[in-house]
Structures are given as structure tokens and as C-alpha cells.
Design a protein. Structure first.
Length: 406
């Protein structure tokens, strides 16, 4: 039985929506479908101001650019995340400062506090696998008087906020809640990913949600971010294409990172049924793994629910107790021979050539390495049948027996 690690939802609803885009709207780049997806995103999370862009990475760069982050500045990030969390900082000439994580895979606020300097402009917590970070602890750090005293404002936006910006890397956590509050409304700015393997996909894409405190006018800031996403142009191509709408201005140095309608179409068809159909189905798959694997003393179940904090069920980050990195790799080889797609999330950045060459050392992040060395991500996506889930679990169990000799 061949089971890939991930498959996007391409069903009749997606096809019908795409047919409408191609035959009725007369528009392919940013237009009515992007606008509709932004409204659906706002409706789903119950507030905020949303802007769709062409990737998580470019969306995070846009927000940091808006906040004035650049050369000489520092941004605190966890060491256990995909490299995009660091690259969005580096692409602006700033320095990512990595800190270790906790056992629940999320950034350690105490380590974050120790990493703050007068150069720190932002922190990017990562909801790894879809499980939210401890945002109360993060907010306690950035709002601590001694931390705020260190903050140096270099522009009007920084002066208005008066502290370190909290930019959530919620690439995995659309549909998650932190203490009952939907991800998207927990921090200053949130960026979601709509990449092909995510819970909602546009093929490539991302969504920015602005939720800044007073005295910011969130609608006004979002409007400016929209301009920045279009090369600093104060009209979209769709607006310019309307009869008599040709005149425009370039009001700032922006980026070209808008989402096309072709991409938004796929996500639009999916998000309309995400709450009532797609997300509950992912939760059911997740719970199957929890029930099936909890009886094995070697299986470490990933965090997914505590009180009113709940995952988006994006990744099932299974960990195998008391095995080495080499044994984990051998387990993956054995599982792959049975044509079951598994993955590892993620190779820690200090182990990657780019970051090693910049002086980051894995020894500085012991919890990150301990979490990584025995982690195997199991397939979680809509359409996985109970028969397939049973086969995945049996394959994983057999692979453990093979490498452990038990």
C-alpha cells in the first residue's frame, strides 16, 4: 500500500472554483479571488486585517521591512524551525539570534529573555506542527520594564509600539487556538503559510494578519502593507485595469510579493469548508495516531491540546524514546521500504551548512537536538482512510521492532 507523506485537497469544489476563475472573472493575478480569500481568512479567525501574499517567507520579510528591521538589528528566533524563519531576517540584512526550545517544541521564553539586547527589534515565535507557543510568557518578556528600557526606536512604527515586535510564525497553525483565542489574534502580527503541504493551500502563498495594539490603526497599516507588497504602488493591477483607473503612484520602496487569483482560487474553495469539514477530519486522523500509539512505551506523543490551547493538527511529530539519530534514520529507511511516506521536522538550522558557516553551533541548543534526533513525522492529510492509518501505525511499530530488536 503506497501512502505519500502529504497530498493537497483537489476536489470538485476546487475544480469548480478554478473553472469560475478561468471562464468568468477574466482575471488571473491579484483580483477578486484574493480579496475573497482575505475576507474568508478574517471570518475564520474572527477578526484581524488580512493580506494574502505569495509565500510565508515574503510575508514575514514584508512585516519586518514595514517595522524598519535591517542591518545592525537582531531578531530572536527558535533554533528548531524551518530555515525560512531565519532567512526572512537575513534577507533584510538583520541578524537572527537563535535560542533553544522547550520540550513542547516551542520557543523558551526564558532563553529569549537572556538573548535580548539593545539591537533586538522583533521576536518570531514558531507554532511548530500547529501547536501554539506560550504567548503569555513571550508577552511578559517583551513588556517587562527592563526589556522595554533596552528597546531603541529607530522610526515612527517602532516608537508607536515602544517594544519588541511579536511576529508569529504560524505557518502551521491556521485553526489552532491559544487559551481559546484563535491564532492570528494572539500576537502583533501573524503570518500563515498556504504552501502545498499546509492545511489550507494555494500551492504557494501566505497570509498576513495585523492585530497591533493602540495607537495603531490596523486597517491603515494593512493598507500600507498592501502597497508595499506591490512594489510600493498605490493601486493594484486589478484597480488600474478598471476603465479610467490607469493613474498610479509609487509611494515607497516595496517588494513584489502579491498573491495571484489563480493561487487564491484553490485556497478559497478549501477555507470555506475548513472549519466544519477539513479541520475536524485532520483532528480525527491525529486522534487515531494518539489512540494507536499511546500504548507503546517508546512512543512519545506530540503536544496537541492542553486546556483551551489546541493544535491545528498540521504535523504529527512522533518521537521515539531512547534511540539515536542513526537509529531514527534507519527506522525511516525501513518505513520507506514499505512505501509509507514519513518526514523529519526539521533538521535544526545549526546543523545546516549555511548556518554552520555563520558560526551557529548545535551544541548551544541541546533541547533542540534531543527533540530532532528521534523525531519522525507521520502523514496527516485529508483523505487518509482508517485502513491506511492502520497500515502506517503497523509499519512504524514493525520498524521500531526491527531497529530495537524487541
Amino acid at each position: 500500500m503506497k501512502i505519500p507523506f502529504s497530498l493537497p485537497v483537489i476536489d470538485a469544489d476546487v475544480i469548480a472554483e478554478m473553472h469560475d476563475t478561468l471562464t468568468n472573472t477574466g482575471w488571473l493575478t491579484s483580483g477578486p479571488k484574493v480579496q475573497a480569500l482575505e475576507k474568508e481568512l478574517e471570518l475564520f479567525i474572527g477578526g484581524g486585517n488580512a493580506l494574502c501574499v505569495n509565500s510565508w517567507t515574503s510575508g514575514a520579510m514584508l512585516v519586518l521591512r514595514w517595522f524598519g528591521v535591517g542591518p545592525g538589528d537582531e531578531v530572536i528566533i527558535p533554533s528548531y524551525t524551518y530555515s525560512a524563519t531565519a532567512l526572512c531576517v537575513m534577507n533584510l540584512g538583520a541578524t537572527p539570534v537563535m535560542v533553544d526550545v522547550k520540550e513542547d517544541l516551542t520557543i523558551d521564553a526564558n532563553k529569549m529573555r537572556m538573548a535580548v539586547t539593545s539591537k533586538t527589534k522583533a521576536v518570531i515565535p514558531v507554532d511548530l506542527g500547529g501547536y501554539p507557543c506560550d504567548y503569555d510568557a513571550i508577552k511578559e518578556v517583551v513588556n517587562a520594564p527592563e526589556i522595554k528600557e533596552l528597546f531603541i526606536s529607530d522610526n515612527e512604527k517602532q516608537e508607536m509600539l515602544g517594544r519588541i515586535l511579536i511576529l508569529s510564525d504560524s505557518a502551521h497553525s491556521l485553526g489552532a487556538t491559544y487559551k481559546g483565542v484563535p491564532c492570528g489574534l494572539v500576537s502583533d502580527v501573524t503570518v500563515f503559510s498556504f504552501h502545498s503541504v499546509k492545511n489550507i493551500t494555494t500551492g504557494e502563498g501566505g497570509g498576513i494578519v495585523v492585530n497591533l495594539p493602540e495607537p495603531f490603526d490596523n486597517a491603515k497599516e494593512l493598507a500600507f502593507l498592501r502597497v508595499l507588497s506591490l512594489n510600493g504602488q498605490n493601486k493594484s493591477a486589478f484597480e488600474k485595469n478598471q476603465i479610467g483607473g490607469w493613474k498610479y503612484d509609487i509611494i515607497d520602496q516595496g517588494l513584489k510579493i502579491n498573491m495571484p487569483d489563480l493561487c487564491a482560487t484553490v485556497g478559497l474553495a478549501q477555507i470555506r469548508k475548513y472549519k466544519n469539514e477539513l479541520l475536524p477530519d485532520r483532528k480525527k486522523i491525529y486522534n487515531y495516531y494518539v489512540d494507536a500509539l499511546s500504548s507503546y512505551n517508546w512512543a512519545i506523543i506530540p503536544p496537541f491540546k492542553e486546556g483551551s490551547t489546541e493544535s491545528s493538527y498540521h504535523l504529527f511529530l512522533l518521537r521515539i524514546s531512547d534511540i539515536s539519530e542513526e537509529q531514527r534514520d534507519e527506522m525511516i529507511r525501513v518505513i520507506s521500504e514499505k512505501e509509507v511516506g514519513v518526514n523529519v521536522h526539521y533538521i535544526p538550522m545549526p546543523m545546516l551548512t549555511l548556518f554552520k558557516n555563520k558560526g551557529y553551533k548545535m551544541a548551544d541548543y541541546p533541547v533542540t537536538y534531543d527533540l530532532y534526533k528521534n523525531e519522525i513525522s507521520l502523514p496527516v492529510y485529508n483523505g487518509l482512510t482508517e485502513e491506511k492509518l492502520h497500515f502506517v501505525v503497523d509499519t512504524v511499530v514493525a520498524a521500531y521492532k526491527t531497529i530495537s530488536g524487541n
